[in-house]
Design a binder for this molecule. Structure first.
Ligand SMILES: [Zn+2]
Length: 170
């Protein structure tokens, strides 16, 4: 494959992101990161420092990023749901999780609309769509348009911001 053609295709993709991603991007534009609101405080920040691990605190409260391939949920394949580590908001179902080369857990979609909020993140010289928990404002990760062919939206989420709950049979 001609490399120039590949580059041109990539550029075209950037100009015309998928409809679903464009929608999230537009939603994020309404809320630049410097105007980003945190949801209702679930717990005092000091309490969180005690209840969360240093990495969980760094990721969710200081918008940090865990090292790629270091997260505990990266290779998890069991059936269940992923909840916000801070407030228990149910965010993702295991059926939308997929393997991606990036090194962080990747999901095709949230479990239901309104579970995640989107803001525009302009740190690190990039313009990215940041995903935060809609209930408590915790940072989760970012949303990209490089997902699987039939579903290009990809939620790239830090394991440190998620708790996994196995489906239990009643
Ligand atoms: Zn939350």
């Amino acid at each position: 494959m001609n490399i120039l053609r590949l580059v041109a295709a990539e550029k075209e993709k950037k100009k015309n992101p998928s409809g679903a991603f464009k929608k999230l991007e537009d939603e994020a534009k309404k809320c630049p990161s410097n105007e980003r609101k945190s949801g209702p405080a679930v717990q005092d920040k000091n309490d969180l420092k005690h209840s969360l691990s240093p990495m969980q605190y760094h990721v969710t409260q200081e918008r940090g990023t865990e090292r790629p391939f270091s997260g505990k949920h990266l290779r998890r394949k069991e059936e269940g749901v992923y909840t916000c580590i801070v407030c228990d908001n149910v965010l993702f179902h295991s059926s939308s999780k997929f393997e991606h080369v990036c090194g962080w857990p990747s999901f095709r979609d949230v479990i239901a609309q309104g579970k995640v909020s989107y803001t525009t993140d302009t740190t690190h010289g990039q313009v990215r769509v940041e995903a935060t928990c809609a209930q408590c404002g915790s940072h989760l990760g970012h949303v990209f348009d490089d997902g699987p062919k039939n579903h290009p939206v990809r939620y790239c989420v830090n394991s440190a911001s998620l708790e996994f709950k196995k489906h239990t049979t009643v």
